[in-house]
Design a protein around this ligand. Structure first.
Ligand code: ZN
Length: 149
């Protein structure tokens, strides 16, 4: 636990976490899909509460519970606390996937059905905007034929 006090930068914290809990951090995402504004809103509100700027969404293999896991994983809980305080949103990796077009984070189909705020559309593996862009490809400029031969 004392080790944590020696970590000066977020880079140190990330390295410490990877070294002591290999595989716990599964990845990072820059943003949620625009289809889920309430998820972004929760994150922005959380960061505001911590007086931090939203940093990244951190995807982890499991989330320790602040009360239940206090005795067994105090260090991991302390690390979560440090990440949260610096604007990281920590989410379970198995609940999210990246938009197949733009990489923004989308809840998995299973997680989608459990959202407290029900989106007014069917689940899809990409943002609605990304899907629209794919369905209406940019007009192809036709080759101008020279009929004067
Ligand atoms: Zn997208």
């Amino acid at each position: 636990m004392n080790d944590l006090r020696n970590l000066r930068t977020m880079k140190d914290v990330k390295e410490y976490t990877d070294k002591n809990y290999p595989g716990w951090i599964k990845g990072y995402a820059e943003r949620y899909s625009d289809d889920y504004p309430h998820l972004t809103c929760t994150w922005v509100e959380m960061a505001k509460m911590m007086k931090a700027e939203p940093a990244q969404i951190m995807l982890v293999s499991s989330l320790p519970h602040a009360e239940h896991d206090k005795a067994t994983s105090p260090v991991l809980i302390a690390l979560c606390d440090i990440f949260s305080r610096t604007g990281f949103m920590i989410r379970r990796q198995h609940e999210f996937q990246a938009c197949t077009v733009c990489d923004a984070l989308i809840p998995t189909k299973e997680c989608f059905t459990k959202l407290t705020v029900k989106p007014p559309f069917e689940w899809r593996a990409m943002c609605r905007m990304c899907e629209e862009d794919r369905e209406s490809p940019r007009p192809v400029i036709e080759e101008v034929k020279d009929d004067l031969d």
